[in-house]
Design a protein around this ligand. Structure first.
Ligand SMILES: [Fe+2]
Ligand SMILES: [Fe+2]
Length: 202
């Protein structure tokens, strides 16, 4: 069963690389496509999704210092501090993307991010300060946020490629890679220390 799953992934990866090659060939032809030839509905969806993640990133700028303050492990505090700086850059990159698309940078409330941040606040309320148990909870809450961002930027990056906005796609890809790195860093903080320490607490 496990082997079948791995085989499927392998086949999918092979197909993807073939599709990438032919997509690169096709995109040369697509580059000449003018804005007026693009689907207006898809363009609208793309811009709306950008507004959603723009709100989400700005909301995170307010939440991350609270998570940093609530964390006990120095490593985790530093991870939140570093990600705050990265998040400020994510906001700037989105503003750059709006400019590239000649659209006004506007934020549209993201209910999902509001909920994920609330979950993080409940973890702080429900756990004791100075414990690794709270840190373990904060890591889970932060990883839920990262996975939401990875899904969003992953989807927007693919859409930008399809729509022929290669310049926009590479800006979004930079942020996508940073979200993935943060997710991996959080996993290693949990695995290397925090979860083990939390398991020793009463
Ligand atoms: Fe971000
Ligand atoms: Fe993030």
């Amino acid at each position: 069963m496990a082997r079948n799953y791995r085989q499927l992934i392998k086949i999918f990866a092979m197909e993807k690389s073939t599709t990438k090659k032919s997509a690169a060939k096709k995109s040369a032809g697509r580059a000449s496509k003018t804005t007026s030839e693009m689907s207006p509905a898809l363009h609208q969806l793309f811009v709306d999704e950008l507004k959603d993640i723009y709100w989400a990133e700005k909301h995170l700028i307010k939440a991350l210092p609270k998570m940093q303050k609530a964390a006990t492990s120095k490593e985790l505090q530093n991870a939140f501090a570093d990600h705050l700086e990265a998040t400020q850059q994510h906001v700037e990159r989105l503003e750059q993307v709006f400019e590239m698309l000649e659209e006004k940078a506007a934020a549209k409330k993201c209910d999902a991010m509001e909920g994920l941040v609330k979950e993080g606040e409940s973890i702080i309320e429900d756990t004791e300060g100075g414990t690794s148990t709270r840190d373990a909870g904060l890591i889970i809450a932060a990883q839920k946020v990262e996975h939401y961002e990875i899904a969003t930027y992953g989807g927007l990056h693919q859409l930008a490629i399809t729509m022929g906005h290669d310049d926009v796609a590479s800006v979004l890809e930079e942020t996508l890679n940073e979200e993935k790195e943060t997710d991996q860093l959080l996993t290693s903080i949990a695995e290397n220390n925090v979860n083990y320490e939390a398991n020793k607490e009463g």
